[in-house]
Design a protein around this ligand. Structure first.
Ligand code: ADP
Ligand code: MG
Length: 251
């Protein structure tokens, strides 16, 4: 039994079968990578876990409870937190403020701030935000405006904004997209460190160096179908996987 259990999920867009009887079991505390060529349905699948899309049929269970029909903020409150493909940060605020906002919002389930109650909690939230910024290596930059940071730092900031919400399951859609090799390696190290806290992670990723550095298990999607699910060592040589990647990305 996994912490996330996906059974027979189907999703059509008009005539296009974006997800075709997808099954997935993610073990608690593991890193589960989802790979596959462009258009395979990876982001669609992730969207079905966070309430952005409803599957046409199938079930998605997290910790034994269905996520289907819940609103995105309700799913967030169960501990399922998504890191977006492009950073969604508050560009005009400082890094510290960026991390404090989701910490406040977490318990309310929406970005509704309550100035009276929040004043009492400000010290606690600030301390927590500071320790997370330290964890991702941005503590020195805490008073800088977010828009002034490099692309890699913005992604680190976004990760901090997710971590401050105490995620149980972290969903990462291409966490190293557009990063330099140095930033990619720093992100791998950071994600490994986060792993030590026991947060379960699902990582969608094109960069095979990242996938094979991080993943405990890999599911391969092609044209909406899971064509392989195994430990990394068995995925590389899988003929179905090699075929799916022919002419596209390389393993
Ligand atoms: P991936 O993330 O693996 O690259 P996606 O999940 O984004 O793939 O897309 C899977 C397929 O579904 C693609 O053919 C894409 O064009 C299509 N698709 C994704 N989202 C929508 C949508 N909202 N409406 C129509 N088609 C979509
Ligand atoms: Mg995608």
């Amino acid at each position: 039994m996994g912490i996330l259990e996906v059974r027979d999920v189907n999703k059509n867009f008009g005539g296009l079968k974006a997800l075709n009887n997808v099954n997935l079991d993610v073990q608690e505390g593991s890193v589960h990578a989802i790979i596959g060529p462009n258009g395979a349905g990876k982001s669609t699948l992730l969207n079905c876990f966070v309430g952005r899309l409803d599957p046409d049929t199938g079930t998605v269970m997290f910790n034994g409870k269905s996520l289907l029909g819940l609103k995105p903020h309700e799913i967030n409150q169960t501990g399922v937190v998504r890191v977006f493909q492009t950073p969604e940060i508050f560009t005009d605020l400082t890094l510290l403020e960026n991390v404090m906002i989701p910490a406040f919002a977490r318990r309310d389930g929406a970005f509704k701030l309550n100035p009276f109650r929040d004043v009492e909690r400000e010290g606690e939230v600030r301390d927590k935000a500071m320790s997370i910024l330290e964890e991702v290596g941005l503590q020195e930059d805490r008073n800088k405006i977010a828009s002034s940071m490099s692309r890699g730092d913005k992604r680190r900031l976004e990760l901090a904004m997710c971590l401050v919400q105490d995620p149980v399951l972290l969903l990462l859609d291409e966490p190293t997209a557009g990063m330099s090799r140095a930033d990619t390696n720093a992100t791998i190290d950071l994600l490994k460190r986060i792993g030590e806290r026991g947060i379960t992670k699902i990582v969608i990723e094109h960069d095979m160096h990242v996938v094979f550095s991080l993943a405990d298990r890999i599911s391969v999607l092609a044209q909406g179908t899971v064509i392989a699910e195994d430990v990394p060592a068995n995925i590389k040589g899988n003929p179905k996987v090699q075929e799916a990647y022919l002419g596209g990305a390389h393993l």
